[in-house]
Design a protein. Sequence first.
Length: 448
Amino acid sequence: MKDYFTKKERQRILSFVGDDALRNCGLTVASECLIINDGTFDEVVSFIKKRRPSVKAQIELIKRSDINLIDMFFKHRYQFSEDAVNFLCETACDEIVMLQLEKGFLLPEKAQNAVADRQNHKMFMTYAFFTSEYAQLIVLKRNNEDEINKMLVSAPLTPKAQKTFLQTATTEQVLDYISHSNERFSDVRPLFEREVKEEILAYLQKFWLGEQDVLLFERANEYEINAYLCSRQAYTLSKKAQTMLLNRGVHSEIKTYILFGGFFSDKNEVLLVNRHNREEIMAYIYRRRLSKAATLAFIKWASTEDIITFMNAKNSDNMSIMAQKSLLARAVEEEILTYITNVDANAEGKGFAYTIVHKFLKTRTSKELIAYIDKFDIDEAEEKIIIKRGLTEVIVHYAKNKYIHNPALIINRGNKQEVRALFESMNADVDLLLARDEKINQLLKTPK
């Protein structure tokens, strides 16, 4: 690009300034720079009015160091480009830099650093939106309360600046920062190391600790822990923090965590159940469904009242084979009836695993079998067991309410009450010819 002009060329370019055609004319960057450098004040003003200078021309305008021209530039709602504003903050006089800062435009990081290097109190009080870590550290190290407070309410601190801030700040400053900021501390350890109760409580009640929640159980006291667990973020304790909470064994903390929506991993649910604290477990199962492992642990020691409450809280569908075996081993009719009532009728295994259901049908009470018959469809193998047990009350109920796969099993028993129930309900594909059988006729004709 040509960077020099003859006298005649200079006169021609400068003459364009007063021409309205300048708005659309194709001036080169060099020509713009010539106007900025060699033009009179009025010529430069005229040029600025007609078009926004190029980046290089903006830098030349800054080099001219005429605060009135720069003010005119701003009055036309122009902003300096990033390169130009960096150059301005690095090289211009304080008055021009202040003019830039007073406009309230956000500065790029390089410009922020340049402003910070000037260590000018008036500038720090005019522009405080420092996102640059370098600039933030300079403000903090100056230890001017007004400057720091201004910065704290303007921009979030970087991780390194947060650490420096917590090492030097007053309690009032820390509380103000927590109040105004929406940014968590990247490392909360320095906050706990300050050991200022008001600061810790203010932070815990507002911010989620994330994976740093283990520090809560390493350093905080019961009151502070409960304050955090009451917060809207408490239910997201990390698995390690859940384990620490349970191992601490403080009832008020565990209860607070549960009541405010906290949940445990499968492994930690087992720890909770093995505490054998009825209040904690009942509070938990009203809100959450226990894992299969925790359910097994619970059934091994819980009271009948607790088991019934547990089943009524829709936990029946999450019973492992071992838990089902444990329930049957307890042999409490009321518990088993509650389980059958609440379990999903479409659940795999029809409430009990295939390896367990036959034992259930062979050993449990009439009342339990009737409840099972009412709840589930009965297959041929189950039907055979039910009829073979010979409990008339159960067989009559079965014949009246379910489809009979093999009616001959009932007929061959020769029990008039059972046969009458079978033929009255006709819940089987009974060949009409069977009615001619003398044995059946005799059974049917016999008075009830």
